[in-house]
Ligand binder design. Structure first.
Ligand SMILES: Nc1ncnc2c1ncn2[C@@H]1O[C@H](COP(=O)(O)OP(=O)(O)O)[C@@H](O)[C@H]1O
Ligand SMILES: O=C(CO)[C@@H](O)[C@H](O)COP(=O)(O)O
Length: 485
């Protein structure tokens, strides 16, 4: 039998990268059609830092994982006209004067900066003042709190730092040789003010960080540069490098989101977000007022405990992640890493309502319910009041492949759910940006042409109010316990 013919690309090839917490993925995409021509993936590890309490990764590992992912793409990556990097948000990358990491990066889910976070919020006039000025009340994820932690705990490392970058900035700079970022990722630092769309020198002054150490914030559509001569990386010298952005902003691009379309992403982090034309300023701190990578906003709520936490509960119970059972009244708050939404950085997991007849499958379902509940309560705050309640929730991230995740979201949200066939939305948003640059088009329009959001739809079912109320009650009654270390 003759081998199936491989379609000839109809447009230039572009490369998109998703460098997230657990791995770096690369896609080579036909810019005309959105067809994925090749894909690759390289893993990275997360360590606990010197005290074992943190979440740290070596940026060199991200670079090696990128090289590995590109090598797996075979000869196609070498033909790329443009490349773009989407990266996990918020991470603090500190570089010395020769561009090498001073220490491992402090990641978005490292909660050791909780005391510095509380102090900073207080010093600048409280949550409302932060929300109005920066767009967000910073959580411990925000880069500014991590720099404040470093200054206090490792002053020699802070002194040795000649440049401060976010994960996507770091990889982009290694490609181009220039220190750049974009407004989307900059909006998760805590030192980029959404009100002025510029670095906030007063905040930088308070945390003792010179603006000279920061990358230039590129405008939407501007190129970060071109690929340098990098013999070990299978990318062509001179290929255009797009601005890149944070992973959630990249996924929003990859979906070609229109304002008011809600997204729920199930990965290491759980996130809910929508594109909005109004600058968010939520004083409760539940909704971060991020910028998107173009000229709109991306109100977003994020939990620290999502797929990894539920997988951990499944492993403790010795069950497959799909082996859930209905019924029972147990509530499991899976706050294994502390939590950000709600803001409980010192929390740990909590189980309530265990009975003789509780089954392991019910306990596992309770972990899914706990993880999804916190995201869904935030969703109401993320969406503008005029957003239609029957707009399908777009379910993405690794967890969207799982039946139990999908069914839990349907039952607890009462909304219709759509699962895009294209699963690697961050890695597709990056090439949409690269294709936009190569073809001179709006990246969101490119993604809509590629129809990346299309996929099976699931009708709304009646919302399970009883479970929602049970979880809400435990969260409220256990508040004191969850606040303690
Ligand atoms: N078939 C599946 N069913 C349910 N969950 C899955 C499946 N495959 C992967 N996952 C989950 O996806 C997670 C990784 O998702 P991903 O979005 O790639 O993470 P991240 O971007 O945070 O690195 C894993 O923690 C795993 O629990
Ligand atoms: O902190 C946030 C959003 O504010 C996270 O969503 C990170 O951007 C990490 O993402 P994943 O590794 O889970 O994709």
């Amino acid at each position: 039998m003759a081998a199936a013919a491989v379609p000839v690309p109809e447009g230039p090839l572009v490369v998109g990268v998703d460098s997230s917490t657990q791995s770096t993925k690369a896609l080579v995409v036909d810019a005309a059609t959105g067809r994925v021509v090749a894909r690759g993936q390289g893993p990275h590890t997360v360590g606990g830092g010197a005290d074992g309490e943190g979440k740290e990764s070596d940026p060199e590992q991200w670079w090696e994982a990128l090289a590995e992912a590109l090598r797996q793409c075979g000869p196609h990556a070498r033909q790329a006209a443009a490349v773009s990097i989407g990266g996990q948000q918020h991470g603090l990358v500190t570089l010395d004067s020769s561009g090498r990491p001073v220490r491992p990066a402090l990641l978005w889910n490292d909660v050791r900066s909780a005391p510095q976070r509380d102090r900073l919020v207080e010093e600048l006039g409280g949550p409302k003042a932060w929300a109005e000025r920066i767009g967000s009340v910073p959580a411990t994820s925000f880069t500014a709190t991590k720099w404040a932690w470093l200054m206090e705990n490792e002053p020699e490392a802070a002194r040795a730092t000649a440049a401060v970058r976010l994960p996507h900035d770091y990889l982009t700079e290694r490609l181009t040789g220039y220190g750049t970022t974009d407004r989307g990722d900059a909006s998760g630092t805590g030192w980029w003010a959404s009100g002025t769309e510029a670095y906030d020198e007063e905040i930088l002054g308070r945390i003792g960080l010179s603006p000279a150490l920061l990358p230039r914030v590129l405008r939407h559509g501007e190129a970060a540069g071109t690929v340098r001569d990098l013999p070990d990386l299978p990318l062509p010298t001179g290929a255009l490098v797009a601005t890149g952005t944070g992973d959630n902003m990249a996924a929003a691009l990859g979906l070609g989101l229109r304002p008011g379309q809600p997204v729920l992403s199930l990965g290491t982090s759980g996130t809910v977000y929508a594109v909005s034309e109004h600058r968010p300023t939520d004083p409760t701190g539940v909704v971060a007022g991020f910028a998107d990578s173009r000229d709109a906003w991306l109100p977003l709520a994020c939990t620290l405990n999502c797929t990894l936490a539920v997988d951990k509960v499944a492993a403790l119970l010795g069950r497959d992640r799909e082996a859930v059972e209905p019924g029972g009244r147990a509530v499991l708050l899976p706050f294994l890493d502390g939590e950000r939404t709600p803001n409980l950085p010192h929390a740990s997991g909590l189980l309530h309502g265990l009975r003789h007849d509780t089954t392991p499958g019910q306990l596992l379902q309770a972990a899914y319910d706990g993880a999804v509940f916190t995201l869904l309560t935030a969703l109401d705050q993320v969406l503008d009041a005029d957003a239609a309640p029957d707009t399908p929730l777009l379910l993405i991230g690794g967890g969207a492949k799982g039946t139990t995740w999908r069914e839990t979201v349907r039952r607890l949200s009462g909304r219709p759910v759509q699962v895009p066939r294209a699963q690697e939305l961050v890695a597709l948003g990056a090439p949409a940006q690269a294709a936009g640059l190569a073809l001179g088009e709006d990246p969101a329009a490119v993604a809509r042409r590629w129809a990346t959001a299309e996929g099976p739809s699931y009708e709304a079912v009646e919302r399970d109010e009883a479970t929602r109320e049970r979880i809400a009650r435990v969260l409220s009654d256990a508040d004191g316990l969850l606040r303690r270390a």
